[in-house]
Design a protein. Structure first.
Length: 72
C-alpha cells in the first residue's frame, strides 16, 4: 500500500524513500493498520526531509514511532 501510494503521489516509479527494513518496521509498529501506517510514514517523511536524508531506515522508523507513541 505504501509503495503504491508513494508512486502514485510522486509520479516517480524508481525511488522509494523507505528501505526494505524500514517497511518491515513500519508494518510491525502499525500492526498492519493502514491509518497507523500512513501516520507513521508521514512522520518519517518529515524527519528525513528535515535531515535531508535520501532514504529512511530502521532508526528513522523507531524515532517516528516514539513520537507517535506506537509500540511493536
Amino acid at each position: 500500500m505504501l509503495r503504491f501510494r508513494w508512486r502514485t503521489a510522486s509520479g516517480d516509479k524508481s525511488t522509494i524513500p523507505f528501505s526494505p527494513e524500514a517497511f518491515t518496521e513500519i508494518f510491525a509498529y502499525s500492526k498492519g493498520l493502514p491509518r497507523d501506517a500512513i501516520k507513521l510514514s508521514d512522520e518519517i517523511l518529515r524527519h528525513i526531509y528535515i535531515r535531508q536524508l535520501p532514504q529512511a531506515g530502521v532508526e528513522q522508523v523507531t524515532h517516528a514511532a516514539k513520537q507517535l507513541d506506537l509500540e511493536k
